[in-house]
Design a protein around this ligand. Sequence first.
Ligand SMILES: NC(=[NH2+])NCCC[C@H](N)C(=O)O
Length: 281
Amino acid sequence: MNHIFGCPMHYGVGAPGLINSLDYLQSFCPELDIDILPEITRPEENLSNLKHLNSVIASCSQIAESGYHALCKGESPLYITGDHSSAIGSVSAAGTYCEDLGLIWIDAHPDINTDKTTVTGNIHGMPVAALIGMGEQSLTRILSDKPKVKPSNIVMLGLRDIDPPEMAFLNKLHIRYYTWQQMATLGIQRCIDETLQYLSHLQNVHISFDIDVMDPAYLPGVSVPVPGGLLEEEAFTLMHQLLTGLPVISCDIVEFNKDYDISDRTATFARQMAHQILTDF
Ligand SMILES: NC(=[NH2+])NCCC[C@H](N)C(=O)O
């Protein structure tokens, strides 16, 4: 059975449009039964270069606990959230629930900065680092102290905005990734086939889908748009094959920002993607 969690997080990037974007999606998709986990605000001591750290920890902990509970009941959680720091919660749930989790990160950004490498201080640029146990300890220790995923169990698809220290981490840790440019050169089908093969030994996989992987020329409703990106048909093909070809236990759809959307194009895409995930799960 599916369980849709709605997590209206914005502190991981600070984009005000994210505060109301989930409410907007909820009224736009009344057929989706979204279980809202409200964003939590905590006092910040400003001791860290990470923006809104205490609030992000509190919201991610709430997501992790709720998601873990759902997984233990045999449910398949879909998290529709604001900024991508929410994946620290959702993937911590999956990685605590099972031993050897696979993680597919579909995004324009690898989100593998740490407190030492971040330029922006935005925690939505750090979830992958936190999940493999790197960087600020309060983010690596959500739900349990152990790393939630091994670098060798990660595949990233669609990257096209990689900070230099992030590139160094990807190479040093031998994380498998396909940039958007490589996907165009190799062909999407080959990238899908290689991803399925690379993760085929795993019993549990989480897919984290950031809407900014899409081409903002068509789907502009995101906080950090990057030129280029996937077309809708490509994204649906990709997700359908990954969801039906691997034992996917949970998924995220993140970063919809209604303030930048035009004529509900991105909202419509988010809704269709949610339906595709719920069908294929
Ligand atoms: N999930 C996202 N949209 N991440 C964007 C991250 C951008 C930049 N690399 C940063 O660390 O701030």
